[in-house]
Design a protein around this ligand. Structure first.
Ligand SMILES: Cc1ncc(COP(=O)(O)O)c(C=O)c1O
Length: 491
């Protein structure tokens, strides 16, 4: 059959190789019935000439099609479309079919809509995300990471790319993290008390799988981090919200709860409370640690942005002052390096970590060992710490410029405390502004920010907003705030 009958258009600029383009195109023609069982494909030499490619490219494409079962080669060398082509009619997963099938199961503990994602598609290209807690990807040290990965892969790839014996993570990274938190975060950690995970989210999940049984009470900050709350709910925990004020978690309310209800675990973000950004006051920290010791409550400390503290010294984690061993500490590299690396860690008693390693091996046998060893080298060489110091300076300046922008553009609308650290700012909104409408109108102008209701347990309306200031530089933030100010709807 002549080559012009193929719907073959090769594109040299495409990332897939030419032989893949040829085989995929022919497979499509067979699937659609343009080529029928028994039809002969053109000889490799003539097709190569027609397409202007090397003959070996066509030979490889035919071999690929034969391996997939689309074609067979007869003695003598001619290639024909197979009598029974593989999966000629691809199945379509329609909404209707899903509704009758397994996807119709009910009783999920977590509502899919409450598991948030960036509304990327809804913003125009010149839009701005004032999204709290997301680092500026333009600052990620991509070359440094790529060089380290390549170096380690070349040197130790044969060892590291196999199955690993250790679901706790690579010993090199566990040791590097132990040193890091000991030197910079006042903790007293050894490699044995560190578990590496793919992101804090996995860490929260593994802690929950290891400690929480259905019906156990988990106390959480309210307002709080929905991604943590959803994990506890999914495990069948009874989640009890404890209010937060300008000093962080209101520990007296937790004390009152424990008088009549045994609490298994309390989840806290003491350094920069999520989402309000306040730091847990010293008296509350001590009271919380003492309560945990007395009532044998596990404290799950999520310390997601320890490095980014601008005013005064960073407050050390609860885990640095925990002689009775009640604190399970979670840290992440999402903010100081990049969220997509999916690297975080847990510091906890080794017996608990072994349990978590078992849970981990059931869902994700091991981490990316090459990546873990590359990051270990970057920590040992001080590169990660240098990068963190550099981005901290940048975010510090962005915070100051952002606050100045708010004072300029939204002075009569918002009242706020300048956050001492972190990557976001929390503000109360004047009562004559309808917050949901403001968020909607800002989106129409291409600027996204979060509102208090998104962190509330009852989903009720709140006169508060959260702005991320790290994602954009000073000029961009000023432009974004101008649009946000234009969008204010007065009642
Ligand atoms: C409260 C809190 N914990 C942890 C994280 C980091 O999560 P991960 O390490 O899974 O990216 C974030 C990121 O936004 C966060 O806000």
């Amino acid at each position: 059959m002549p080559a012009r009958e193929f719907s073959l258009a090769l594109d040299a600029s495409e990332s897939s190789p030419l032989f893949v383009q040829i085989s995929a195109s022919l497979a499509r023609d067979i699937a659609r019935g343009r080529l029928r069982p028994g039809d002969a494909l053109p000889g490799t030499r003539s097709l190569a000439a027609t397409l202007g490619v090397h003959r070996s490219t066509v030979v490889t494409a035919y071999a690929e099609l034969a391996a997939q079962g689309w074609v067979a080669t007869k003695p003598g060398g001619a290639t024909f479309v197979s009598a029974a082509s593989p999966d000629v009619k691809p199945r379509r997963f329609t909404r209707k079919a899903g509704a009758r099938g397994i996807a119709s199961s009910t009783g999920y503990a977590v509502d899919a809509a409450s598991v948030g994602a960036l509304p990327i598609a809804r913003l125009p290209r010149d839009g701005f995300y004032l999204w709290g807690g997301v680092p500026d990807m333009r600052l990620v040290p991509v070359d440094l990471l790529a060089r380290a990965y390549r170096r380690v892969a070349k040197r130790c790839g044969r060892r590291l790319l196999g199955y690993s014996a250790d679901a706790l993570g690579q010993p090199e990274l566990r040791a590097a993290i132990a040193r890091l938190v000991t030197e910079a975060r006042g903790m007293n950690a050894e490699a044995e008390s560190v578990l590496i995970t793919r992101g804090s989210q996995m860490a929260l999940d593994l802690v929950t799988r290891s400690l929480i049984r259905p019906g156990d009470v988990v106390a959480v900050e309210a307002l709080g981090y929905p991604n943590a709350v959803n994990v506890f709910r999914r495990a069948g925990a009874r989640v009890v919200p404890i209010r937060v004020d300008q000093h962080g978690l209101y520990v007296p309310a937790l004390v009152a709860l424990t008088r009549h209800t045994p609490v298994r675990l309390v989840y806290v973000t003491p350094h920069h409370q999520y989402p309000t950004t306040v730091t847990l006051a010293a008296t509350r920290r001590l009271a919380l640690l003492e309560l945990a010791r007395r009532e044998r409550i596990a404290i799950l400390e999520d310390d997601y942005d320890q490095e980014f503290h601008y005013d005064g010294r960073p407050v050390m984690p609860l885990a640095s002052n925990d002689p009775s061993g009640n604190v399970i500490y979670v840290g992440t590299l999402a903010k100081i390096l990049a969220p997509g690396l999916r690297l975080a860690f847990v510091v906890a008693p080794p017996a608990l970590l072994s349990r978590m390693a078992v849970e981990r091996s059931l869902i994700d046998r091991q981490g990316d060992a090459v990546l873990e060893c590359s990051i270990a080298e970057l920590i040992e060489d001080g590169d990660v710490q240098r990068h963190a110091r550099r981005t901290k300076r940048i975010y510090h300046a962005r915070r100051d410029a952002f606050c100045a922008g708010i004072d300029r553009e939204l002075g009569g609308v918002l009242s706020y405390r300048r956050p001492a650290g972190g990557m976001a700012l929390w503000a109360e909104v004047s009562p004559d502004v309808e917050v949901e409408a403001w968020q909607r109108r800002s989106m129409e102008r291409g600027v996204y920010f979060q509102i208090g209701r998104q962190f509330a347990f009852d989903g009720g309306s709140m006169q508060s907003v959260r702005f991320g200031f790290a994602l954009h530089d000073e000029k961009e933030s000023a432009a974004a705030l101008r649009r946000v100010a234009e969008a204010v709807p007065r009642l």
